[in-house]
Design a protein around this ligand. Structure first.
Ligand SMILES: [Mn+2]
Length: 313
C-alpha cells in the first residue's frame, strides 16, 4: 500500500487502539471472468481518498476524527477458499475489538468471508446486497468462492435483500427470494422500492456494495459494467435512510477496476465510502465510545442455519 494512513489523516487518528473505524483492503482478483484489475482497486481507492476534502457538507461533519485504522491488506490468494477464510478471520478479529469494520475489494468473492464473520457476530443479520448481478450461484467454475457466488451463502444464512439487479442466470431463480429482490427495471419506474426494502430489513444490517450497481455513466471502471444502473443521488438517498433507520454493523465496497483514463470512478468510490462513514457517525460525538453491539456467543455453531423469518423486523 502506498498510503500510510487512510486519506492521509494524522497518525494519532489512525491508531488501532483509539480508532472507531477499521478499513481492511483486500486486493484480490482471482476468479473474475472478464476484465481483470479489481486487485488494483484498493490502491486506487486509497490514492483518491488521499486527495479528497474531509469535511462532509451534507452531514456537517468530519467523520475521520472518529479515527480510521488502515489494517494490513489481506493478501492471501493461493486459492479462492483460502482467501475467503483469510478475510473471514481478519474481519472477525476487528469486530471482536468493538470496531466499525469496513472492507474494500477486490472482486466480490471477498464478501463471502466478510458476511460470514458478520453473521457469526450479529444476531438476525440482514445483508443488503447492492449490485447489478444476482451473484446467487451455489458454485461456479468449480468453486463456491467464485465472484458469481458472492451472496449464495448469505441467501441461506441471513435475511438477504438484493437491490439494483439487472443481470442473472435463469438457474439463480431457483435460489432467489422474489419478495426481497428489487430489479433495476422496476426501480427505474417506481421509487417505492426504497421504503419497501427498508421495511423488510431487521435491525442489524450489513451492506455489500458492488460498484457495478451504479450506472456505467458514473462508474465505468468496474469489471462488468451493465447499463441501467443507480445514479449518485438516489443511491445516497437510499443509503442515508438505511443508516438512519437501521443499525448498520459494517459494509464492504467491491469491484473497483481502475482505469488510467478514468480517475472519476476512483474518486466516486472514495466519496461513497466516506459518505457511508459520515452517515453512520453523524450523530455520534467524537468523545463517546463506540458500541457495535456484537454478540460473540450465539452463532458459532449455528452459521449454516437459515435466517429465521419469524425474527422481529
Ligand atoms: Mn456485480
Amino acid at each position: 500500500m502506498k498510503t500510510k494512513t487512510y486519506a492521509g489523516i494524522p497518525e494519532d487518528l489512525a491508531k488501532l487502539e483509539t480508532a472507531k473505524i477499521v478499513l481492511i483492503p483486500v486486493p484480490y482478483d482471482g476468479t473474475s471472468t472478464w476484465q481483470k484489475g479489481a486487485d488494483k482497486g484498493p490502491d486506487a481507492f486509497l490514492d483518491a481518498s488521499a486527495n479528497m476534502e474531509l469535511y462532509d457538507i451534507e452531514t456537517a461533519s468530519e467523520v475521520y476524527q472518529q479515527g480510521v485504522f488502515l489494517a494490513d491488506a489481506v493478501s492471501e490468494n493461493s486459492s479462492p477458499e483460502a482467501m475467503v477464510e483469510a478475510v473471514h478471520l481478519a474481519t472477525k478479529k476487528y469486530i471482536k475489538k468493538n470496531k466499525f469494520v469496513t472492507v474494500f475489494g477486490g472482486e466480490h468473492s471477498i464478501s463471502i468471508g466478510t458476511i460470514r464473520a458478520f453473521n457469526e457476530m450479529f444476531e438476525g443479520l440482514t445483508v443488503l446486497h447492492i449490485d447489478a448481478h444476482a451473484d446467487l450461484r451455489e458454485s461456479y467454475e468449480g468453486s463456491t468462492c467464485n465472484h458469481a457466488c458472492a451472496v449464495y451463502e448469505a441467501s441461506q444464512t441471513t435475511n438477504l435483500i438484493q437491490v439494483g439487479i439487472r443481470s442473472m442466470d435463469i438457474i439463480e431463480k431457483t435460489v432467489m427470494d422474489e419478495d426481497k429482490i428489487y430489479f433495476a427495471h422496476e426501480m427505474a419506474e417506481d421509487d417505492s422500492w426504497m421504503d419497501s426494502a427498508i421495511d423488510q430489513m431487521t435491525d442489524n444490517v450489513f451492506i455489500t456494495f458492488d460498484l457495478d450497481a451504479l450506472d456505467p455513466s458514473i462508474m465505468p471502471s468496474t469489471g462488468t459494467p451493465e447499463p441501467g444502473g443507480l445514479l449518485y443521488y438516489e443511491t445516497l438517498e437510499f443509503l442515508k435512510q438505511v443508516f438512519e433507520e437501521k443499525n448498520v454493523v459494517g459494509f464492504d465496497i467491491v469491484e473497483l477496476c481502475p482505469n488510467e483514463n478514468d480517475k472519476s470512478s476512483d474518486f466516486l468510490a472514495a466519496k461513497l465510502y466516506y459518505k457511508m462513514l459520515s452517515y453512520k457517525f453523524k450523530d455520534q460525538d467524537i468523545e463517546n465510545t463506540f458500541e457495535s453491539n456484537f454478540n460473540d456467543s450465539n452463532k458459532e455453531g449455528n452459521k449454516k442455519s437459515k435466517f429465521n423469518t419469524e425474527d422481529d423486523y
